[in-house]
Design a binder for this molecule. Sequence first.
Ligand code: AP5
Ligand code: MG
Length: 215
Amino acid sequence: MNILIMGGPGAGKGTMSAKIVEKFNVNHISTGDIFRSEISNGTKLGLEAKSYIDQGKLVPDEVTNPMVKHYLEGLSDKKSGFLLDGYPRTLDQAKAFDALSAGTDLEISAVIALQIPFEVLAQRVTGRRLCKECGSIYHIESNPSKQEGICDKCGASLYQRKDDTIESLQIRLQEYQNQTQPVLKFYEEKGLVQTINANQPIEKVWADVEKALSL
Ligand code: AP5
Ligand code: MG
């Protein structure tokens, strides 16, 4: 099964992705995570992406499309498919991925759209904490770690993303509305989209996502 998870900044894509990966044994491909890893490794790609990401702007398609293609080609263990988190998020990316995947085993079989009012997102992104080592996602109110600042799973310290500010969120929301909403329409026309109410406690959102993917 090849799954695409969509939703605005802070909608819960990463949180649901961790659960989907565990339950459905798929490879998690998060373009945001790949960019952040390239940035922390100081690569050429990371340097190129950094200025966009820090401002909340999308990285240009000419950089993102080949990166995803390269990443997919390099997957040594194909597992039971993959989960795309944060890609495609422009119409050009969707068309490029469609051209790459049509008639192959890379075709998307389900799209999960996390729906949430924009007003809720500021609290989600400003309260988010991430593990430096394993990437586990926490929230200081809705999903706190047992010990403040320390990951429950691996004991490493937690950090805040540089783009998790109100200023950057405003730009990310604009990018989402202008560039990513048309992608949702693109997949709706293909009859692939299952819309999930993401404005519920994490376990309830997960129950709905799991059900949608098990049909
Ligand atoms: P990316 O990393 O994809 O960021 P994003 O889309 O802004 O989404 P987030 O990761 O912020 O949120 P999420 O939906 O994963 O929420 P999470 O589960 O963490 O992209 C970052 C940047 O990279 C982009 O701005 C762009 O510059 C670049 N980029 C990436 N892909 C690109 C592409 N394809 N093209 C061009 N540029 C690209 O949850 C958020 C918080 O809420 C957490 O604290 C969590 O614990 C909490 N939470 C989650 N669910 C719930 C719930 N149900 N109830 C209460 N709290 C919850
Ligand atoms: Mg994420």
